[in-house]
Design a protein around this ligand. Sequence first.
Ligand SMILES: Cc1cc2nc3c(=O)[nH]c(=O)nc-3n(C[C@H](O)[C@H](O)[C@H](O)COP(=O)(O)OP(=O)(O)OC[C@H]3O[C@@H](n4cnc5c(N)ncnc54)[C@H](O)[C@@H]3O)c2cc1C
Length: 301
Amino acid sequence: MNVLLEKLRALAREDQILLDEPMSRHTTFRVGGPADVFFMPESAEQLTGAIEAAEAGGIPWMVVGNGSNLLVLDKGIRGLVIGLGEGFAAIARVGNTLTAWAGASLARVSAYAQASGLSGLEFASGIPGTLGGGCAMNAGAYGGQLSDCLIDAEVYLDGRVQTLTNAEMAMGYRTTRPLREGGIVLSARFALTPDDPEAIAGRMRELNARRRDKQPLNYPSAGSTFKRPEGYFAGALIEQAGLKGRAVRGAQVSEKHAGFIVRTGEADAADILALIHIVQDEVKARFGVTLEPEVRIVGEA
Ligand SMILES: Cc1cc2nc3c(=O)[nH]c(=O)nc-3n(C[C@H](O)[C@H](O)[C@H](O)COP(=O)(O)OP(=O)(O)OC[C@H]3O[C@@H](n4cnc5c(N)ncnc54)[C@H](O)[C@@H]3O)c2cc1C
């Protein structure tokens, strides 16, 4: 670990390197134990240098964005966690193509597209993740998903930075090749359609009003807890199983939208995980349907 720290200190400023950093500060659930080392690179060189140093020392590493789809367990994450945030977040437009770096929030990317009079990312404006996390998850809402307009992405994969086309990203429902194979999305390009900025803004306002109306946005969560099972809606199954409001300490199946687990009070990751298992078991027993978490569960319990 000391060799890794030396290398990071040679690559970056001291304030980009945090030791024993509580992951509760980097997740929207606001739970999660410490990361041994939390590093916030500001360039592709710093990012790849950090990974090379970790791999040379046999130290495990993972990347996080806004932590809006993460359940980090209570003993935290061993090794190196790379946080891609606003230091890694440029956005640029050339013609109808928009390029954004991984740390830019999806809200800012879609606002930039709107202000530029480019349509196609309205659906993403209320998703509280980063561009990198969104591309890795193939984030989507209201009938749109990032794979619809992604041209290509710069991805660190198999030890080198490479450009993967939309087809090579192999983006499915909340899954992509970088997510499956441990690649890091550094930036992505999107093909958008010119439109009146006011019309785009109107659509964004309408979708975000629908979101506020249906989702429990006033409590910490990681969005939809489970993927949509083939032929069903997770929230409807959970509600029909009588699980709305079911709680383990302050972790609760949302009263407003059963597809969300929220923290309404004191709850750590173990409580949220216990509730996930209760919901999975009861839905399986009642309907024979397996609910697969959409939330990524990481770290040590
Ligand atoms: C209130 C709320 C509403 C939500 N609504 C939606 C919605 O409508 N649609 C939807 O799809 N999701 C939704 N989500 C979930 C979440 O916002 C998305 O999955 C988002 O894309 C995750 O981005 P992130 O930056 O927070 O990623 P994180 O949660 O930090 O990471 C998620 C996964 O992506 C990986 N990852 C992160 N960054 C990168 C990168 N640069 N390269 C490669 N892998 C990376 C991580 O290792 C992890 O496996 C919602 C969440 C909340 C809290």
